[in-house]
Ligand binder design. Structure first.
Ligand code: 1CP
Length: 345
């Protein structure tokens, strides 16, 4: 069975001969091919070059032989047509010169994003479809409203999210207005990617774990509900809220087809919380790939033995591949998962 079928069957909870496998951030600085591309082009220019994005991901898929490609792009370029001045510093970190801090900042954000402003993302989907083998699945993606808001309000990466949390508590009305616009933008992006040929989409809520469950319910959950309703079940949706397993009971009430799980909770325990009627993706700690092969295989086998034969399981890391990762370790991991056979008994 080919990789595309394995992934789509897992997302529909149909039995598979082995779990599908792909890695978050599977194309990136840990790969020589990617570093070579980046010698000649800035990161933002790369994101706006569909041909080069497609080639970048196709190269990574070729090296790893994973079952799925995610488009090469980023969650943040969508902030540019929303009126934010985004740059990536030479060190790689995103910086927004005009963060969202008050009432006045709302005026510059369109209430509805014109899809033509992010046409390069949709072209990346169609170019990537052409660049990868037909038997691989293609995944589109966007940042979740909360995670996008955290960059828009903090003005870059953050550890404590002070400005974002203060805004949401002090001015819930303005918070809702901002979140509505980010929700719309994410929906416009994902719907365009689906139209352009994405087999499934993933929503990255990378910093959801900065919130406790009550704040997640109040300030984030309603917008995730709206976003998923806009997508309307056209293709399977994977929701990845990282950082705090205590959010899982709330997140599991969302109408997503699959849930990404980080390494902070045993995957079988996460699946109990989420419920057997949804697919689950995860959850190897990315730092395991910095260890020796024996450790990599032991940790991989632990996950496979716990859930590898269950319909609806997708093998992945619990977060993105680290730039320090030896490529051969990522290759060995993928091969190990592919050797796992679900027994028919
Ligand atoms: O060359 C470089 O230095 C750029 C590094 C880089 C890369 C390779 C960034 C900057 N983004 C990406 C690609 C990327 N980002 C992909 C496609 C490639 C792939 O998956 O192989 C995807 C799906 C993302 C998604 C993304 N971007 C997320 C969600 C996933 C996650 O890791 O949590 C987030 C939070 C971002 C923001 C971002 N992009 C780049 C940086 C340095 C950051 C900030 C991260 C932070 O705040 O710590």
């Amino acid at each position: 069975m080919n990789g595309k079928s394995l992934l789509l069957r897992a997302l529909r909870l149909q039995p598979n001969p082995r779990p599908p496998v792909w890695l978050m951030r599977q194309a990136g600085r840990y790969m020589a091919e990617y570093r070579a591309v980046r010698e000649n082009v800035s990161f933002l220019d790369l994101c706006r070059n569909p041909r080069l994005c497609a080639q970048t991901m196709a190269d990574a898929v070729g090296v790893l032989d994973v079952d799925a490609a995610i488009i090469f792009s980023d969650i943040l370029p969508i902030l540019v047509p929303l009126g934010f001045d985004l740059e990536y510093t030479p060190g790689g970190g995103p910086v927004i010169a005009n963060p969202f801090r008050g009432e006045d900042d709302l005026a510059r954000i369109p209430a509805a994003l014109d899809p033509d402003r992010i046409g390069f993302v949709f072209e990346t989907v169609s170019e990537t479809r052409r660049a990868i083998p037909g038997e691989k699945a293609l995944i589109g993606f966007a940042g979740a409203p909360w995670t996008l808001a955290s960059y828009a309000v903090e003005g870059g990466s953050s550890r404590r999210f002070i400005h974002t949390k203060t805004l949401m508590r002090r001015n819930p009305r303005l918070w809702s207005a901002l979140m509505d616009r980010l929700t719309d933008a994410a929906a416009v992006s994902l719907l365009g990617q689906i139209e352009a040929g994405a087999d499934a989409v993933q929503i990255f809520d990378s910093w959801a774990g900065a919130l406790g469950p009550a704040d997640y319910e109040t300030y984030v959950f309603p917008f995730m509900e709206k976003l998923l309703a806009r997508l309307g079940g056209r293709v399977p949706v994977i929701y990845f809220a990282a950082g705090n397993p205590a959010l899982l009971p709330a997140a599991a009430r969302l109408d997503a087809d699959a849930f990404g799980i980080d390494w902070r909770i045993p995957i079988e325990r996460a699946w109990e919380i989420i419920g057997a009627n949804r697919a689950v993706q995860g959850n190897l700690d990315p730092t395991v790939l910095l260890a020796g092969q024996e450790t990599i295989f032991a940790e991989t086998d632990r996950i496979l033995n716990a859930v590898g034969s269950r319909p609806g399981f997708i093998f992945n890391l619990g977060h993105g591949v680290l730039k320090e990762t030896p490529v051969e370790n990522a290759v060995a991991l993928v091969r190990r998962v592919k050797e796992f056979a679900v027994s028919s008994s």
